[in-house]
Design a protein around this ligand. Structure first.
Ligand code: SAM
Length: 486
């Protein structure tokens, strides 16, 4: 259950936070949420970088087809199958097949590879193959692929178009593609680079909001690392922004994004990424896991290929063998009190409430929290818009039972409730339950014109402070809130 009170404004505030004590609170809240929702298991996904050919010309990435310095390769089906079996031997639950957007990997060949992995191993298969056409993604899903990773890189459309040019064939829209992948039944993973030239704090805050809006199953983020053979690396592209608004490409910034991603998408699988391990070689990977992450993707690409999968220079663990990497990782996990996950480690939907620790953390700026209970989603959206645009946090519930649970969990400053919801007396019962627990928050009742129920109830006896007519007018609601929350 994501915390909707973490608005873009609040997220931006956290992204700018530099006070070590406050940051400690953020790390603790993210770690606590991670523990409550996805537990202590760290899911290990064996990564195979199956090709470094790419049709794209992304301004940040060393795989760009414009990079003539790169020696190109493709792994054979036999090598990929051997890699999958190695993942199984290490006890990993998933194999990730990642590549540049390479149409030299024909879809017929890819579907056969996926089918063989699914037939010959118990592994979940994650694909990360770029923006392939929809029919191909459908065929791969039918062949058994379980998940698809496609970072949307930035939610700023203008910046996106500069750094991630479309091909002549198709306009690039990764957000839309993620939605299509979800419709095809994939678990979907998105994410962004942190500290991209031209990325502002406000943009990064909106990116994090998008994680929640897309209801991502997996969120991959890491610092942007300069590749000298790219237009961004050579500074041929230099987005002009106020330097005070530019996000830094640091490991600390990446921990902040991981922690906030955990708070807005508590159930998501969030890797502590290779780019983070490069930005802080000594402890980046473990700190990521202690600040919200719950996945690591050990690289199983044969070393002779791995050195050529150079999306940025000096990737972590380039020289390390798979065995050495695996035993180091397991030792490190033990040191931080975590265990290696068993099985595919898919996203699990949970219904656990937030702890008061997290609520306190999020509410520290003193904005009142308003609980709105109504079974009409349009009314809830309308209320949320009014409240969040005027200095309040809104928490919503779509029936009496959920309203009661949210009341206990969030301890709101005021409650707005529609009396007639799933049953004629649902709102009535909710109010009685609140009274039984000696609630102190003022109660406002929503009512429609001609509502027979309103005439028949004694608002004073129920402790209702005011009645608000639907459709709710912003001015009159705000006047009532100001009066009741003095
Ligand atoms: N071709 C696939 C795609 O585009 O999704 C998968 C491979 S692509 C290299 C994987 C991710 O690497 C990109 O989504 C991007 O976020 C990240 N990446 C590329 N260049 C990077 C850089 N210079 N620094 C940090 N991350 C980078």
């Amino acid at each position: 259950m994501p915390d909707k009170s973490l608005t873009a404004e609040k997220i931006e505030h956290w992204l700018r936070e530099e006070n070590p004590d406050r940051l400690d609170e953020l790390w603790r809240a993210a770690d606590e949420t991670r523990r409550q929702t996805v537990g202590d298991a760290v899911h290990l996904r064996g990564l195979l970088e199956i090709s470094n050919h790419c049709v794209r010309t992304c301004a940040y990435c060393g795989l760009s087809r414009h990079n003539r310095q790169l020696k190109r390769y493709r792994m054979s089906a036999a090598e990929i199958l051997a890699g999958a079996r190695e993942a199984m031997r290490f006890g990993y639950g998933t194999v990730v097949l990642q590549a540049g957007e390479d149409y030299g990997l024909a879809v017929e060949w890819l579907t056969q590879v996926v089918r063989r992995i699914k037939n010959e191993t118990p592994l979940a298969v994650t694909l990360s193959l770029g923006e392939r056409p929809l029919p191909e993604l459908e065929a791969l899903r039918e062949a058994g692929a379980d998940r698809y990773l496609l970072r949307f890189e930035t939610s700023d459309r203008r910046l996106y178009e500069v750094i991630h040019p479309s091909t002549p064939v198709r306009k690039s829209d990764r957000v839309q593609m993620l939605q299509e992948l979800r419709r095809l039944g994939y678990e979907i993973g998105g994410g962004v680079m942190i500290g991209l030239p031209g990325q502002t704090y406000a943009t990064l805050a909106r990116d994090i909001e998008w994680f929640n809006r897309l209801d991502l199953d997996m969120i991959g983020v890491g610092p942007y690392l300069v590749h000298p053979e790219t237009p961004l690396g050579r500074e041929e592209i230099k987005p002009e922004i106020d330097p005070r608004e530019q996000t830094p490409a640091t490991d600390t910034m990446a921990y902040k994004v991981i922690a906030l991603a955990r708070l807005v998408c508590p159930e998501a699988n969030i890797p502590s990424t290779t780019a983070l391990a490069v930005a802080n070689r000594k402890e980046g990977r473990m700190l990521g896991l202690q600040r919200g992450a719950n996945v690591v993707m050990p690289n199983l690409t044969p070393a002779s290929y791995r050195i050529h999968y150079e999306i940025y220079p000096e990737k972590a663990c380039l020289q390390e063998t798979a065995e050495a990497g695996d035993s180091l990782l397991r030792r490190q996990l033990r040191t931080i009190g975590r265990t290696a996950g068993v099985g595919p480690g898919s996203r699990k939907k949970t219904e656990r409430p937030f702890s008061s620790l997290i609520r306190n953390l999020l509410m520290k700026d003193g904005k009142p929290l308003i609980l709105c209970v109504d079974d009409d989603p349009d009314v809830l959206d309308h209320l949320r818009m009014i409240l969040e645009g005027n200095g309040y946090y809104a928490v919503t519930a779509s029936n009496a039972e959920e309203g009661f649970a949210k009341y206990r969990e969030k301890n709101p400053d005021l409650v707005i409730v529609d009396l007639m919801m799933e049953t004629i007396d649902a709102g009535h019962l909710l109010i009685k339950n609140l009274r039984a627990m000696n609630h102190t928050a003022p109660l406002l009742m929503l009512s429609s014109v001609g509502d027979a129920l309103q005439a028949s109830i004694d608002t004073a006896e129920l402790g209702i402070s005011a009645v608000i007519q639907k459709p709710v007018q912003a001015d009159s609601l705000l006047n009532i809130l100001r009066a009741k929350l003095k």
